[in-house]
Design a protein around this ligand. Sequence first.
Ligand code: TXA
Ligand code: MG
Length: 546
Amino acid sequence: MTTQWFTIESPTDAAQIEAAAAIIRRGGLLAIPTETVYGLGADGLNEEAVTHIFEAKGRPQDNPLILHVPSADWLDRYCEDVPETAYRLAETFWPGPLTMILKKRGFVPLRTTGGLDTVGMRCPDHAVTRAIIAAAGVPVAAPSANLSGRPSCTTAAHVREDMDGRIDGIVDGGDCKVGVESTIIDLTCMPPRLLRPGGLPLESLRAVLGEIALDKAVTQLLSEGEKPRAPGMKYRHYAPKAPVTVVTGSPAASGRWLCAEAPEDAGLIVFDEFAPLFPTQTVRTIGSMRDKAEQAHRVFDALRSFDETDVRAIYAQCPDSEGLGLAVGNRLKKAAGFHTVDAEDKRHTFIGITGCTGAGKTSVLRALRRLGDGGAYVVDCDALYHELLASDTPLRRALCGAFADAFDENGALDRKKLGALVFHDEAALSRLDGIVREHVPREALRRARESGAEITGFDAIKLLESGLGALCDAVVAVTAPEKTRLARIMARDALTEERAMERIRAQKDETFFRAHCDVVFENDYPTPQAAEDAALDLFKTLLKQE
Ligand code: TXA
Ligand code: MG
């Protein structure tokens, strides 16, 4: 079968919409874009057409399909006893990533509903697709357009990967905005039950419905014989070829776990902030740890992309369950067959210290060393780097591989030569940064663990850029007014005002630190002792919050 390709930019492109709708009307299979993921559509009232969906996907026959409609007035055409809450939800969230399970009318084929007397109804937030459904004049049954078991498709190219030659047409409607499937709520029971977390956060549903029960399959692997209310939730899903392990806990904790435990040849799914820590591994980022919408948008693409690599195992950082995090975490865990490790570590706290030159970081570090019983264990990352350069460690070996010219015949590193090699060569500099980042944070972490200290401080100039800041439970930036810094630098390093100013300008400014750190410690105290005492108070408050 040749699969026809449609690029439809607008719902007013009548000729193209009609051509696509005709495929549905004559019982064909058409992949359609939605805001969540691509669907594999067919006339939901045509049993033969629906049978072809199951065949094309390789999907078990007992797994029901969702009916897609262009508006809420189609609800009672196909459903009976529609509760008032369904209309309220439709009014609030449709078109949008919400599927409601309702009682079906007799003529809706059991083939479509997998033998159930209920049916899932959804109105997608994609104008082209709604126009196609309206033009077809029938509800469109559409599961996600992936081959059964594979990650869902969020681009038309993904659909082509899975479905080319198996279906009649693919409508390219661009990247899916949301990126995870719709939230499924069962309205045939009291209280309503969440069957699948998805693109509409549970909190938004609760705001309208009040109490909502969570189906067990949302958070756990069901045991043999247990039946989820959404039959699809029992199948292994979204799975790339390599086995997946989901690492839960705060992003800082899961990041530390990955640094210490993830094998060299593993594939990693991490939040953007952590990527610099893994320069040699096969890494896919899914957005900032603070941006769950972006994570939802990218999670399936990340899972899918490992199939083009030869990674033997995949480890994924997992967001918390708030908002879209519930859906992102659920997709990752399902891809992992609920194989998770919990990296949360309440016994150890990591604090990062960074800031501008001349801001008086030293006083703050002294305060850190006074914290708790034995004081915090502070790793001076710059000193650690120089120490590692001198001793025979993996860092030296990696450097020798990349910059052989910087080593003499006895294997001694000439740091000046190394500096010269990277000075005007951006690619070489980023290679050097990569090697440093691969080794220094890991060694810093290893020493922190070995020290057994409850509180560790990481002191690093490029704390944030290196990814090390992301491993900290809290990052404190030390700043001071420019005038104060200028005076301190001039006194400390015996510099002219002009040279001191040059140094200040060569560094990131205060706005950078304010934007990226949890706390800003403004060190404008008259004496180092006063600054140290104030910093100690700050740390004590911080630790209470942890
Ligand atoms: O965002 C979405 O919902 C996408 C796009 C294409 O609309 N569709 C989608 O369909 O994810 P699918 O078939 O991949 O997943 C539908 C899930 C399955 O787990 C199925 O078991 C469940 O919905 N489901 C469908 N009808 C149901 C019903 N009557 N009762 C309980 N669960 C149902
Ligand atoms: Mg699916």
